[in-house]
Design a protein around this ligand. Structure first.
Ligand code: CA
Length: 128
């Protein structure tokens, strides 16, 4: 079965960019455009990787991440956080709330693909 990636991002352009990056790697990509919808989708069918934007409507990415980590179903799902700001505070916060990786927008497609692939490989080895 193809590995599933859930992209929680309110920008259509970035959603599409991520899909274009990941589909050639054989990954199944699902999308959500706001925090609560993304959280619901993740809890209903936990994916192998979540790509999570911080600036989201209704519930920001930090809150979504905190809730994912509270729930046994999604506690260990790999999460890649995207932020628009390179501030060190964001990187620290991402680590504190349990992000597995962190990318600043704008990112290069190759960069995104390699981080996503690494996270999926690490999640595979964890699962045995
Ligand atoms: Ca955003």
């Amino acid at each position: 079965m193809a590995r599933r990636v859930l992209v929680i991002e309110d920008s259509d352009v970035i959603q599409r960019l991520i899909e274009v990056c990941l589909r050639p790697a054989g990954l199944e990509v699902e999308t959500a455009s706001d925090g609560p919808t993304g959280l619901d989708q993740a809890l209903a069918a936990p994916p192998d990787l979540i790509i999570l934007d911080v600036g989201l409507p209704k519930m920001d990415g930090w809150e979504v991440l905190a809730r994912l980590r509270e729930n046994p179903a999604t506690k260990t799902v790999r999460v890649l956080v995207l932020t628009a700001h390179a501030q060190e505070a964001n990187r620290e916060r991402a680590g504190q709330v349990g992000a597995d990786a962190f990318l600043t927008k704008p990112f290069r497609p190759n960069e995104l693909r390699s981080v996503a692939t690494e996270l999926l490989a690490s999640s595979e080895s964890l699962a045995g």
